[in-house]
Design a protein around this ligand. Structure first.
Ligand SMILES: [Zn+2]
Length: 104
């Protein structure tokens, strides 16, 4: 938890929405719901939808179906286990007791 400031994690979380283009531009992705790290080439039959500039499109994890996927083109260290686990802990783990003193 010490290596990644909360602001950094929040930025990363923001990038997990409307991220179809980002994921398509990535070679490696992670899901911070189920902690899978995977590449697009793991899914030769496709998994991502078509791009539609008319609406937001948020990628869902091919393993668990959560909209908690980040691609490496986001600039975040998606293959760093510590990073993915920190994301998981904050967004899916125990209550955010250590942060609850400072809501946005
Ligand atoms: Zn997942």
């Amino acid at each position: 938890m010490d290596n990644y400031p909360y602001e950094y994690i929040k930025d990363a979380h923001r990038k997990s929405y409307n991220n179809l283009m980002q994921v398509k531009a990535s070679s490696t992705c992670c899901c911070f719901a189920c902690l899978e790290v995977f590449t697009l080439s793991d899914f030769p039959d496709g998994w991502l939808g078509e791009e539609d500039p008319e609406k937001e499109q948020t990628v869902q994890c091919p393993y668990c179906g959560m909209d908690s996927v980040l691609g490496d083109s986001s600039g975040f260290p998606v293959s760093d286990k510590g990073f993915v686990e920190t994301m998981n802990e904050i967004y899916f783990g125990e209550p955010l007791s250590q942060f609850s003193q400072n809501p946005d």
